[in-house]
Design a protein around this ligand. Structure first.
Ligand SMILES: NC(=O)c1ccc[n+]([C@@H]2O[C@H](COP(=O)([O-])OP(=O)(O)OC[C@H]3O[C@@H](n4cnc5c(N)ncnc54)[C@H](O)[C@@H]3O)[C@@H](O)[C@H]2O)c1
Length: 703
């Protein structure tokens, strides 16, 4: 099929509404360098809807390139973007609908076929990278003969392997040949797997992706001037030679070790990208692009990718319109916040409320020293934000003035929203709520950051139990986007609507959760850790248990996670869960012993590597029934499938998707595994345990 036929047949399948993405105009270059066809990528929307390449958009770029290349008077081609954005990559919305591998293969071929005209067309080409250049957006620039980059450009990256794909339009071949395998592995694999790290404009030029960094104010004029100098020979672009020796293999090996660390072989995409980068040293362009087409098609047809897209869709859509949230018109305004407790969580909450709500926030604790420490922490964090340039100095001063402290709870009298983050003790929290009720207005919200206790019970003896909600944040609060909002038995719609409105202003992804022990994330983590600990109690060595579960591709192995959670906290939650569901949640006798001995971890870390603490080794008693890695993985996943099914039956959340969202955003469940329920479906465990899958087959209908 010709390129045009491929574009036409893909366009017929696509939902991409943008027909004219590429707008071409003639620009007379300064210094008598001739006329450039300057193609501006602009989908006609403002910056909230970035340019993306669906088949029709690529078709429009193809037509613009053909037209420019056919004209003798055009001496060069330029490509730039609409304000702030070059392009955010391929439009992936149609991908789950691709029915067969031929269609998937066509997607890669079209991209390569169109973009390579920037090199093969016989005229020099320039990319003027004025802003965001993600995935296919960056690849457009890589195909050009030369690249200028704006100082203000940000979000330059190839994030594909994070999603379960590879850069499919030349990135794996062009990048290593332009900037060397070492930098290419950093961009394609390490940055993408490192929570999707992106380059700024100056970093991109340092990496060798851009040839020159130009000021943002008159970026296009400067770019055109620079291009004319290149064309007339007064600027000669020199790029450092690429090391094609052992450094190439070493970079690929390092990337593989990094991928192993991050996904433990459980996601194919980073490994496919590394294979392509390895081959890019000896391949010519045709072979490099053809290999990329094949790998892209394999990944597009994989369940892993569909799961990754499902996860992406959940966090972009469902998290923004939480299932079960009441009508937002019921929400009451919040113009002052109180935080009870000035400890680890309270300090982080005070900072978040002040930054996002921009209202006065007052902290209280048992004594002045603790209050001062809490306020001091918040002010210190604001100073750090200032030092990093994340807030300006007037803003920093304003934020500091918003956060104050007092040992006297009467300062809450005019607060609209009071959240407690004191020790995890039911009676203490009940007493605090009862005391607060004497001070605050009858319609002020009382929220609790409890990790596992009953919110209904906390509200039971209050005069106005209807204003009590659970507001469960995750540590570190600034990093983890999830907020579990808990509706207790008597919480009313207006209080819940206020909680959701506050959560949205805090820029958290809110999920409505029924008041059930440990809610979603902690319940599943506790079940998970309980099964692993039980296997260790029965005789599985701790490092073996960690290795077996790391192979699932989780962000960290269970005994490292236990250290992060805090052993006493983990024990406390395990005991709470054991009281609620003694059949399924055991309390590990070894965990109890290690906590009683005052240990903070099962491991010590000589040279940064975990080794079981010899004192812990002395303490723990182990049985004589070790599990094999397969048995352990199966045990853990079976338990999770069972627990999720019970949670759905209990109505803890509206649907399985909410469980996926909670683990993706609150527990670091990897995107490339695509949510826990599609994972349990894909591996057949859900069906074995429950007799059915959690989600409809193929997931495509959900996207
Ligand atoms: N640490 C976490 O990772 C995490 C995550 C989510 C939720 N939580 C929950 O947040 C809450 C607080 O946890 P933390 O880790 O911040 O604890 P913390 O020990 O760091 O802080 C608790 C603070 O509460 C204060 N306090 C105790 N009694 C008080 C009273 N009567 N009046 C005022 N202040 C009082 C203490 O002096 C202390 O400063 C707990 O319910 C916990 O389960 C913790």
């Amino acid at each position: 099929m010709s390129l045009q036929e491929l574009i036409d047949s893909a366009s017929a399948l696509s939902t991409d509404e943008v027909v004219t993405l590429a707008h071409s105009r003639d620009v007379v270059l300064p210094g008598k360098a001739g006329t450039m066809a300057l193609i501006t990528l602009d989908n006609g929307h403002d910056h909230t809807k970035p340019n993306t390449f669906g088949p029709k958009g690529l078709g429009s770029l193809n037509a613009a390139l053909d037209a420019a290349l056919a004209r003798d008077e055009i001496v060069a081609i330029g490509v730039t973007g609409k304000p702030f954005i070059l392009a955010a990559g391929a439009d992936l919305t149609g991908v789950p609908k691709l029915a067969d591998r031929e269609q998937a293969l066509a997607l890669g071929k079209i991209g390569h076929g169109v973009l390579r005209k920037l090199v093969d067309g016989g005229k020099p080409s320039f990319a003027f990278v004025n802003g965001v250049a993600l995935g296919g957006g960056l690849e457009v620039a890589l195909h050009a003969s030369y690249r200028t980059v704006s100082v203000a450009a940000g979000m330059l990256a190839t994030p594909e392997v994070f999603l379960g794909l590879i850069p499919g339009w030349g990135g794996n071949f062009l990048l290593p040949n332009l900037i060397g395998a070492d930098n290419a592995v950093k961009v394609v694999v390490e940055n993408a797997l490192n929570q999707n790290k992106m380059l700024s404009g100056p970093e991109a030029v340092k990496f060798g992706i851009g040839d020159v960094l130009l000021e943002s104010a008159d970026f296009l004029e400067q770019s055109l001037l620079w291009a004319s100098k290149v064309l007339t020979g007064s600027v000669v672009v020199e790029r450092p030679p690429v090391d094609r020796g052992e450094a190439w293999d070493a970079a690929v090996a390092r990337g593989k070790a990094f991928a192993d660390l991050k996904v433990s072989g459980a996601a194919p995409a980073p490994y496919r990208a590394l294979e392509l980068i390895a081959a890019a040293r000896d391949n010519d362009r045709d072979r490099g692009f053809a290999a990329e087409d094949e790998a892209l098609a394999d990944l597009i047809m994989s369940e892993e990718l569909r799961s990754g897209l499902y996860a992406f869709d959940l966090v972009n859509k469902r998290a923004k319109r939480p299932a079960g949230a009441p009508d937002k018109s019921l929400a009451r305004p919040v113009s002052k916040v109180g935080v009870v407790g000035a400890g680890l969580m309270a300090g982080q909450l005070a900072l978040l409320f002040a930054r996002r709500l921009e209202v006065p926030v007052v902290l209280t604790d048992l004594d002045q020293e603790r209050v001062d420490r809490g306020v001091g922490y918040v002010h210190g964090e604001i100073d750090k934000l200032l030092a990093k340039g994340r807030v300006r100095s007037d803003k920093a001063n304003q934020l500091k003035a918003l956060v104050t402290g007092s040992v006297d709870k009467s300062v809450f009298a005019d607060a609209d929203f009071v959240i407690e983050a004191v020790f995890e003790e039911l009676q203490l929290k009940k007493t605090i709520f009862a005391d607060l009720e004497k001070i605050i207005r009858p319609d002020a919200i009382l929220a609790t950051n409890t990790s596992s206790l009953s919110v209904t019970e906390m509200a039971a003896d209050l005069e106005h139990p209807e204003r009590v909600v659970g507001f469960h944040f995750f540590n570190p609060v600034a990093v983890l986007p999830l907020l579990e909002i808990i509706r207790a038995d008597r919480t009313d719609d207006a209080s819940l609507a206020t909680a959701f409105a506050v959560g949205k202003t805090l820029k958290k992804s809110c999920v409505l959760v029924k008041d059930a022990p440990a809610f979603v994330v902690n319940r599943l983590l506790t079940r998970f850790l309980g099964e692993v600990s039980a296997a260790v109690d029965e005789g599985t060595p701790i490092p073996d248990a960690d290795r077996a579960l790391a192979a699932l591709g989780l962000p960290m192995p269970p005994f490292v996670l236990l250290q992060l959670v805090g052993l006493p906290v983990a024990l406390h939650v395990a005991e709470t869960m054991n009281r609620a569901y003694p059949d399924r949640f055991a309390v590990s006798s070894n965990l109890a012993k290690v906590v009683a001995a005052g240990k903070s971890s099962f491991y010590v870390w000589p040279e940064g590597k975990p080794v079981v603490d010899p004192e812990v080794e002395e303490l723990v008693s182990v049985g004589d029934k070790p599990s094999t890695p397969d048995e352990l993985r199966n045990r853990v996943l079976t338990a999770l499938a069972e627990e999720i099914m019970i949670m759905l039956d209990e109505g803890v959340v509206a649907e399985a998707q909410d469980i996926d969202l909670c683990l993706l955003l609150g527990a670091g469940w990897p995107f490339h595994l695509g949510g826990i329920t599609p994972y349990l479906d894909r591996t057949g465990i859900a069906e074995k345990v429950n007799g059915s899958r959690f989600l409809p087959q193929g997931l495509a209908s959900l996207i």
